[in-house]
Every structure is written in structure tokens, then in C-alpha cells.
Ligand binder design. Structure first.
Ligand code: NDP
Ligand code: MG
Length: 398
């Protein structure tokens, strides 16, 4: 049996390192073909030493040069590439079987799209890419015979709760009533609303159940993450926002559910550890060991559920409205959110201003039906510029 060649886009991140952890357990099944990083040179050096990929990519030419010197000195055969071309090259390389799309944000769109156009098996963590490009991305997957498997724990859970034939027949023909998308509510579920404006980046990044990158941690605190996931689910499973119910479930044990017309509800459960959905998607339709502790029901003792409050989580409504409006609105929403989260992490704006920046960007930038890649990228850029100017104004006046 030949090894499955995997390319990890965003190898140095939280999802990337969890993926390598699963691969490490199955050297007889997987081979690391390519690894990519952005700024974390030291981590990528260690990963290259351990996994000896055929290619390593750093978009920045200077960092790539440094990596190359290191690899040459250590007599490793990895070829180093740089630039956006390098990412697309490895993502669509003919020897690659599977792509782990784990770059954070819009930066992941082009390489992930290249993988779709090359008909690869794509394990999708980079939800922002799908939120931005929705129909275009799904069309590329279909028309090039690519396989798309969700890594986001909720979508992976939904995928596991759907019958296998949903891919061919469409979800409408599977007797489904709706999808229940669960979310923990993040670290501020019980915090007094009057204290929201003084929330620090450190507090926002300390998620009670999951250990994740900084951007998605802030998204979880505002619940924009759930909003992006709602959009992601609409595209992945071909449903409308009204067919998705968002439910707060602070323990993060049930990762999402599918409610059927006969009254059955199927849920996928597990400890909150991304290695479970990663291993599921990597081995699908088989099952492999992910190194995750078995769920101990006596330890959990209770599972609770609640309705998300609109006042506490304005970003959730912004996202669902964006999906209903369609066109370039999800791309503008995502771009404004990326800029606002970055500004919050840099302490330029308050936590509560994240939603304000997004809302104002959406009302002040132009709606378009946006079907082409160029139109999507233009909407992304326009929204980023607007949000940046807005933040500059906010900073001057505070
Ligand atoms: P991290 O911030 O931990 O990692 C992001 C990765 O992307 C790093 O390898 C980083 O490189 C790389 N990267 C960042 N910016 C660029 C860029 N401009 N060009 C190329 N590469 C870049 O994020 P996570 O691993 O937490 O998240 C990755 C994706 O997975 C996100 O889309 C997130 O929403 C999604 N996801 C994450 C979950 C989690 O539990 N972490 C759960 C569900 C989804 P470097 O570190 O070298 O700078
Ligand atoms: Mg998720």
C-alpha cells in the first residue's frame, strides 16, 4: 500500500501542528509532502527536520532563504519555495493526494482554490476562504472532481451525522428537518455586558475549552466564529441560514447535530480536541487513532443548552444577515472582521468596536453579486481599506 502524500498549508499553526501530531501516529499511512508557514521560521525548521518534506514554503523570500541555508547546512533534501506562487504550486502538485487547508484568513483562499481546481482531497479548516468565495469555491470543487471534507469540528460533526448519500442526492432528500450548530459561547458567556468594552486581547484569547490561534479565539469570543461557521455550513451542506439553529452548549462535548423529520436527532460527541475531526477527515471513510482521550461521561456529568443573546453577540446576527444578502457581502464581512480583530489584538480598538467596524463597513462599501474571483478579491480589498480608515478615525478620536 502506497503512502498518502499530504500538503499542509499553515503547518506551524494550531491546526497544522495537530495535523502533524496525527500523522506522527501513522507513518505507515501518510507522508508529509509539503509544509508551509508564514512567520514562524523556527517551528518550520523543526518540522522539516522531523518530517523531511519534499517542499517547504515561506511566502517571504528572506525567511525562505534563511530556511534554505538551515536545511542545506543540516543536509536535508527539502526544496524551499517562496511567494504566493509557491503556495499554489505545492497545493496543486501532481504528487499531492491531500491538502490540509489550515492557513488563517483570506490568505488561504488562492492556494485552497488551486487545490480544488487540481481535483485534490481538501481537508478544510480555513473557513474564511469558503466564506469569501462560497459559490465559486463549491463550483470549483464540483467541476474538478475535488473532495471536500470539513475539519471545523461543527461541520465535521454535521458531516458525520448526515447519511452518506447526501453528497449525491442533496440534503433536501435526506429527510432532514434542520441542522443544530452548537457553540460554547466563548470566554464571556457570563461576563457582565457593561464590562465588555474593557476586555483585553489576553482575556479574549483564553478560550475555556479549545486551544486555538489568536484570530479564531477572538472570533469565538465575539461569536463571529459561529457566524462564519453558519455561512460555511450553508455552502458545505447546501442549506439556507433559516435551516440552521445556533445553540449554546458551554461544555463543547456535542460538536453539532442533525435533526431529522421523524424526530430523531443525531449528535457527534467527543472531547474538545481538533485531532478528532482531523483524523476523521484524513482517514475517511475509515477510522484511525487520533491520540484523543476517550470521553468520560461520569466526568462530564451534565450537558447544557441555551439560546445565544443578540446583545452579547451582535456579530452572529451580522453574519447571518450577510449570508442572506449573499453576493459579495460575506466577503466584505470577513474582510472587515479580519481587520477589526487584528486592530483589537494590537489594542487599537476596544472589543465592542469589532462589531461596529464590521457593521459600518458593510453599510458603507458596495454590494455586488460578485461571481468572479476578481470581484471577490476587489470586495475584500475595498472592505479592508474602509475598515482600516474607520479604525484610524476611531483611534484618533478616542
Ligand atoms: P493559527 O494562527 O494557529 O495558524 C495559522 C497558520 O497560517 C500558521 O501556520 C501561519 O503561519 C499561517 N499563516 C498566517 N498568515 C498567513 C499568510 N498571510 N500567508 C500564509 N500563511 C499564513 O490558526 P489556527 O490553526 O487556529 O487556524 C487555522 C484555520 O483553521 C483558521 O481558518 C481557523 O478558523 C480554522 N480553524 C481552527 C480551529 C482551531 O482549533 N485552531 C478550529 C476550527 C477551524 P506562521 O505561524 O508561520 O506565521
Ligand atoms: Mg468550529
Amino acid at each position: 500500500q502506497s503512502l498518502e502524500n499530504i500538503c499542509i498549508l499553515g503547518a506551524t499553526g494550531s491546526i497544522g501542528t495537530s495535523t502533524l501530531d496525527v500523522i506522527r501516529r501513522h507513518p505507515d499511512k501518510y507522508r508529509v509532502f509539503a509544509l508551509t508557514a508564514h512567520r514562524n521560521l523556527e517551528q518550520l525548521k523543526l518540522q522539516c527536520q522531523e518530517f523531511e518534506p519534499v517542499y517547504a514554503v515561506m511566502p517571504d523570500p528572506e525567511l525562505a532563504q534563511e530556511l534554505e541555508s538551515f536545511l542545506t547546512y543540516n543536509k536535508l533534501n527539502t526544496t524551499v519555495l517562496h511567494g504566493a506562487d509557491g503556495l499554489e504550486f505545492v497545493a496543486s502538485h501532481e504528487r499531492v493526494d491531500t491538502i490540509m487547508a489550515a492557513i488563517v484568513g483570506a490568505a488561504g483562499l488562492l492556494p485552497t482554490l488551486a487545490a480544488a481546481e487540481a481535483g485534490k482531497k481538501i481537508l478544510l479548516a480555513n473557513k474564511e476562504a469558503l466564506v469569501m468565495s462560497g459559490a465559486l469555491f463549491m463550483d470549483a470543487v464540483k467541476s474538478h472532481g475535488a473532495t471536500l471534507l470539513p475539519i471545523d469540528s461543527e461541520h465535521n460533526a454535521i458531516f458525520q451525522c448526515l447519511p452518506e448519500h447526501f453528497v449525491q442526492q442533496g440534503i433536501q432528500h435526506c429527510g432532514i428537518h434542520n441542522i443544530v450548530l452548537t457553540g460554547s459561547g466563548g470566554p464571556f458567556l457570563h461576563k457582565d455586558l457593561s464590562e465588555f468594552s474593557s476586555i483585553t486581547p489576553e482575556e479574549a484569547c483564553a478560550h475555556p475549552n479549545w486551544d486555538m490561534g489568536r484570530k479564531i479565539s477572538v472570533d469565538s469570543a465575539t461569536m463571529m466564529n459561529k457566524g462564519l461557521e453558519l455561512i460555511e455550513a450553508c455552502w458545505l451542506f447546501d442549506v439556507m441560514p433559516q435551516q440552521i439553529e445556533v445553540v449554546l452548549h458551554p461544555q463543547s462535548i456535542i460538536h453539532s447535530m442533525v435533526r431529522y423529520k421523524d424526530g430523531s436527532v443525531l449528535a457527534q460527541m467527543g472531547n474538545p480536541d481538533m485531532r478528532t475531526p482531523i483524523a476523521h477527515a484524513m482517514a475517511f471513510p475509515e477510522r484511525i487513532d487520533a491520540g484523543v482521550a476517550p470521553l468520560d461521561f461520569m466526568e462530564i456529568s451534565q450537558l447544557t443548552f441555551d439560546r445565544p443573546s443578540k446583545e452579547r453577540y451582535p456579530c452572529l446576527s451580522l453574519a447571518s444577515q450577510a449570508m442572506e444578502q449573499g453576493g459579495n457581502t460575506p466577503a466584505r464581512l470577513n474582510a472587515a472582521n479580519e481587520v477589526a480583530v487584528e486592530a483589537f489584538l494590537n489594542r487599537s480598538i476596544a472589543f465592542t468596536q469589532i462589531a461596529e467596524v464590521i457593521q459600518q463597513t458593510l453599510t458603507s462599501t458596495e454590494y455586488a453579486k460578485a461571481l468572479s474571483l476578481e470581484a471577490i478579491l476587489a470586495a475584500d480589498e475595498q472592505a479592508r481599506e474602509f475598515a482600516q480608515d474607520l479604525i484610524q478615525d476611531m483611534t484618533i478620536h478616542s
